[in-house]
Design a protein around this ligand. Structure first.
Ligand SMILES: [Zn+2]
Length: 463
């Protein structure tokens, strides 16, 4: 234990863990997690906007907004060119995260599988990459750690190969194996290496919920009765609960323990074809329209007659074609506020051939982020409060609503609330209270005795 630090901290991250399942529907089947709720604080954890793995884990571990990080999703615009994008990997995060603060104070961290931790900047301690890290080409710091992991677990995987693949048997087997190995690796590293701060994120829950949600939810438009997969998600939560239960014996009781998720999950109810809506309303004009539905390509757009276009995914990003900002922009800068207002009003309720889509939430990044780096969307859309994915596809029948996901089958979309559980290492205090993803980093820093929490706006008074 480093003496500049007041206490050790363990963070177990379950990507996409859904509060209504963990604290509700599955509660009685998860004895170890339930015991944690009875010995500490817990509740829903409001994610950032957008509530997506990238940037949510970086928001949680830095205490900074997506605006400050300049990361608005996996894919981001790299310049104002129409097709110049980059994937926000670990090297896109320039703000210090929890392990950086711990290292500055002379402490040691173990970080395993945290999204956007790879490629990694130098760490004082040990790091195993998550998303974007490939065990075959190097995925750890120091590199010798990766060799040791691969010797012990030749099948170590940072993520599943394709969670939207059709072969569900293979996918399920892969996710279970990956998860068991991750927990074994974590327990091994906790015993073998020194640490003050320990954080591990398991991505398997996100993958399994996207792939299998529709089999457990009779309310899903993709529901199939009598499938073999009805209990797959429950069984996986039980697996996680068992693995956490086994691991708890290794976690020193005097360390603080957090169980957190970056966002929740909900039934996906279909897709809104946002670019098609923009075409219908005259905001977007194409000079070529594909016969079968296909993702919008910049070369199909008549930019001289286009004011707005969109990218899809778990949420929709609306981009304005602004004069002297985009290469062939036509919207005058002074007209941006009026255009935002017009779209927010027009999109609050959208009529499609499948009915009316309500609860469309539009956010203006200029208003929700106190600072903005990189290129933020001009508006962000949560269609039906994220129950619908947003598709960037155009053409085909020209429908506004579809059940066909453009990136492959998917039964769940994200929900804006994840969860947290906190067990204090030094006092017994318990209860339930909602919190925000911005509260986690300052609470951990404060409890570890690191003054950097004062720079961060979040607060977690009850822990
Ligand atoms: Zn996630």
């Amino acid at each position: 234990m480093n003496h500049a630090l007041r206490r050790k901290t363990v963070v177990i991250g379950l990507d996409c863990a859904e509060p209504s399942l963990v604290f509700g529907r599955f509660r009685d089947k998860l004895p170890h997690i339930r015991a944690l709720t009875e010995s500490g604080w817990y509740g829903p954890l409001r994610s950032c906007d957008p509530p997506i793995t990238v940037p949510a884990w970086s928001v949680m571990t830095s205490g900074r907004t997506p605006g400050e990080l300049g990361i608005y999703g996996f894919r981001n615009r790299a310049s104002r060119d129409y097709d110049h994008t980059f994937i926000a990997r670990g090297d896109a995060v320039t703000m210090p995260r929890l392990w950086d603060y711990v290292g500055q104070a002379g402490g040691t961290s173990i970080v395993i599988g945290v999204p956007q931790s790879w490629p990694s900047s130098p760490i004082r301690g040990y790091l195993v990459g998550g998303l974007f890290a490939d065990p075959a080409t190097g995925f750890t710091q120091p590199a010798t750690l990766g060799k040791r992991i691969r010797q012990n677990w030749p099948d170590y995987q940072t993520d599943v190969v394709d969670f939207r693949q059709k072969n569900k048997h293979k996918l399920l087997e892969q996710i279970h194996r990956m998860t068991r190995i991750r927990f074994e690796t974590a327990a091994y590293m906790m015993r073998r290496y020194p640490w003050d701060f320990f954080m591990m994120v398991e991505i398997g829950l996100d993958r399994i919920q996207h792939a299998f949600w529709q089999y457990m939810d009779t309310d899903s438009p993709y529901y199939q009765a009598d499938s073999d997969w009805e209990d797959v998600i429950l069984d996986y939560y039980i697996l996680l609960d068992n693995l956490i239960g086994e691991w708890l014996c290794d976690i020193p009781p005097e360390s603080d323990l957090w169980l957190v998720s970056d966002h929740g999950a909900q039934t996906m109810r279909g897709l809104l074809r946002l670019n098609q809506w923009l075409i219908d309303k005259g905001y977007l004009t194409l000079k070529y329209e594909p016969e079968t539905s296909a993702m919008l390509r910049p070369e199909w757009v008549d930019w001289s007659r286009t004011r707005v276009w969109a990218d899809g995914g778990y949420y929709g990003r609306l981009w304005f074609n602004v004069k002297n900002r985009e290469p062939r922009g036509i919207v005058a800068r002074e007209d941006i506020p009026a255009l935002k207002k017009e779209l927010i009003a027009a999109m609050s309720v959208i009529q499609t051939e499948n009915g009316i889509i309500r609860a469309n939430r539009l956010s203006d990044p200029e208003k929700i982020y106190p600072a903005q780096r990189g290129i933020a969307p001009d508006l962000m859309l949560y269609a039906d409060n994220l129950a619908l994915r947003v598709s960037a596809a155009v053409g085909g029948t020209g429908a506004l609503f579809t059940l066909e996901n453009d990136t492959g089958p998917d039964g769940a979309n994200h929900a804006a609330e994840g969860l947290y559980l906190f067990r204090s290492g030094d006092r017994s205090s318990r209860g339930t209270h909602p919190a925000s993803i911005y509260d986690v980093a300052p609470a951990i820093l404060k409890r570890m005795g690191l003054s950097a929490y004062k720079e961060l706006p979040g607060d977690f008074p009850h822990v």
